[in-house]
Design a protein around this ligand. Structure first.
Ligand code: FEO
Length: 163
């Protein structure tokens, strides 16, 4: 069993993960419209992963006898200045998600809820990976810029995600 407070916090995290999916899908749509299919593929893949994160939380709440309550998902941003900005926003967003996962871990420890703490360990590792992935892409953009040829190179590279 999980506490009511933990149930509410995990439900809030489901909303954040679903918003993440929506946000990345909005980025994918923008990139697709800019004919950067590889980058759009990367972001669609990311959006699917975020839905997967939400579903992990959904299953866990149910396994623990809690109740999933879905809330409205915030409207994502739809316009961006450049592909580099999109990945910078992605990195900033992942840092924000990491902070909220860490807050959940802190709550689990405070409540001596070791089952939830163990469940959340996977998310802690996942966030390290997600931040590292975004950070590496942002670093590459900083090296090569947003000019035509550089963009096409990045597009080809990011098309490979999930292969
Ligand atoms: Fe589910 Fe990218 O955090």
């Amino acid at each position: 069993m999980i506490s009511k407070k933990m149930e509410k916090s995990l439900n809030e995290q489901i909303n954040k993960e679903l918003f993440s999916a929506y946000y990345y899908l909005s980025m994918a749509a923008y990139l697709q419209n800019s004919n950067l299919d590889g980058m759009a593929h990367f972001m669609k893949h990311q959006a699917e992963e975020e839905t997967g994160h939400a579903m992990k939380m959904y299953s866990y709440i149910n396994e623990q006898g809690g109740r999933v309550i879905l809330d409205a998902i915030e409207k994502p941003r739809t316009d961006f200045d450049s592909p580099q900005q999109i990945f910078e926003l992605g990195l900033a967003h992942e840092k924000h998600v990491t902070a909220s996962i860490h807050a959940l871990v802190t709550l689990a420890i405070e409540e001596k809820d070791y089952a939830t703490k163990t469940f959340l360990d996977w998310f802690v590792s996942e966030q390290v990976e997600e931040e590292a992935t975004m950070d590496s892409i942002v670093s590459k953009f900083k090296l090569i810029g947003n000019a035509g040829q550089a963009l096409l190179m990045m597009d080809a590279q990011l098309a490979k995600r999930g292969e």
